[in-house]
Design a protein around this ligand. Structure first.
Ligand code: B12
Length: 211
């Protein structure tokens, strides 16, 4: 028997190709609702679908608007998962994380998924989203009494900019834990300390590292 995710993936691709937004959303939500597919596995699948759309665009097989359409449908799925994420979340661990991308970095869908992964393992996760000025991030850390900050960069350019951004933020909040990640860190992370670069698989164990 093929894994459930294969079936959901096929259905999703089919619904997206037919421009059936409601059908795509329902297929994804039904799989989670029935506990056939855990939320993190659904998110891995959605990320794969988007990466494939991007590759297909690079090969000249997909139009930009088609890529944007698929992204919009997938964003709706992720947002619609929110009540299911809340139901499946572990008991609160008392820790708070704030998530953002630096100025001019508009790729925040991956980070949106990361926020839910924190919620599922008991964190209170506050997503500020894309293009967040460092002063606003600092204000949020103070107001929300954050224990940790998670930042994301997709492109090399934004990873470079993120370095100064983190340093400036740490001046105001030297005790806050900082984790970075995203596509720009996938292959290497020269210039970044190992303990700042987060592996998605480590999220369930992070609470133990906060003293
Ligand atoms: C959707 C999309 C957009 C949307 C973003 C919508 C949004 N709110 O996120 C919009 C339309 C805004 C956009 C704009 C642009 N985009 Co764009 N976009 C994409 C696309 C199709 C999908 C990206 C995505 O969401 N992937 C799915 C998510 C889930 O993956 P992810 O972000 O990598 O996240 C995963 C992991 O990295 C991880 N993760 C993410 N953050 C973090 C953080 C931590 C701490 C951890 C542990 C993990 C983690 O978790 C996720 C789950 O696995 C890709 C195509 C592709 N091949 O990926 C192009 C792509 C990323 N875009 C690209 C480009 C060039 C642009 C534009 C410059 C286009 C333009 N000319 O305007 C602008 C740049 C805007 C900017 N300054 O940021 C290029 C980037 C090339 C590069 N590497 O430099 C790509 C690869 C397209 C391509 N083939 O060329 N884009």
């Amino acid at each position: 028997m093929p894994p459930v995710s294969d079936g959901v993936r096929e259905t999703l691709l089919d619904r997206i190709a037919r421009r059936d937004r409601a059908g795509a959303v329902e297929a994804a939500l039904a799989a989670v609702r029935d506990d056939a597919l855990p939320v993190p596995e659904l998110y891995d699948l959605l990320a794969d679908v988007l990466a494939e759309m991007g590759a297909s665009w690079s090969r000249g097989e997909t139009e930009v608007w088609q890529e944007h359409y698929a992204t919009a449908v997938i964003r709706t799925i992720v947002e619609a998962c929110q009540p299911l994420v809340a139901q499946r979340a572990a008991p609160a661990n008392g820790l708070t994380v704030v998530l953002a991308t630096p100025p001019e970095e508009y790729h925040d869908l991956g980070l949106r998924m990361i926020a839910d992964r924190f919620t599922l393992v008991g964190w209170t996760a506050h997503l500020l989203g894309a293009n967040t000025p460092v002063g606003e991030l600092s204000a949020a850390i103070a107001e929300l009494d954050a224990d940790a900050v998670v930042l994301s960069a997709y492109t090399h350019f934004h990873r470079m900019a993120l370095r100064a951004y983190v340093d400036e933020m740490l001046v105001a909040h030297p005790a806050v834990r900082v984790w970075v990640g995203g596509a720009a860190f996938a292959r290497e992370h020269e210039g970044w300390p190992d303990d700042m670069v987060l592996d998605v698989a480590a999220i369930p164990r992070l609470a133990e590292t906060i003293v």
